[in-house]
Design a protein around this ligand. Structure first.
Ligand code: ZN
Ligand code: MN
Length: 132
């Protein structure tokens, strides 16, 4: 029974994230879960998010500047743009395959073994610009 309960709680966590807009923090996912399932603990939601990420079902967006890590239901390769004013995060698609990147890179350390990279765009979002 314990196994069944754990699986159901993980499903609830996953379905909640899928139905949320944007890139919520673990805290925001927990708050949304809590509205419908007040018996599921915060520790469980946090643990489920980590486990879903390990399984590749969701992605974790490391904190951009200040704030917390965020979770992303969009598991396709993409980058992020952050609004400098409100902190909102937007998806950015950019076709940048590894060969193009390697040709464009000039590194100080010629033998540096590149294993991953992050690319973060910053600017001001449409909402914030319309209030200017
Ligand atoms: Zn903004
Ligand atoms: Mn995203």
């Amino acid at each position: 029974m314990k196994q069944v309960r754990q699986t159901l709680q993980k499903e609830v966590t996953y379905n909640t994230l899928i139905n949320m807009m944007g890139h919520p923090t673990a805290e925001e996912v927990y708050n949304a879960v809590h509205e419908n399932f007040p018996h599921i603990s915060k520790a469980t939601v946090y643990r489920n998010l980590s486990s879903l990420e390990e399984k590749g079902l969701i992605k974790r967006v490391p904190k951009l500047g200040c704030g917390s890590d965020r979770y992303d239901k969009n598991i396709n390769p993409h980058f992020h743009a952050k609004c400098k004013n409100c902190g909102k995060i937007f998806d950015v698609s950019l076709s940048l395959n590894d060969n193009v990147l390697k040709e464009a890179l000039v590194m100080d350390d010629k033998d540096f073994n590149l294993s991953s990279y992050q690319l973060i765009f910053e600017g001001t979002c449409t909402d914030c610009r319309s209030k200017e």
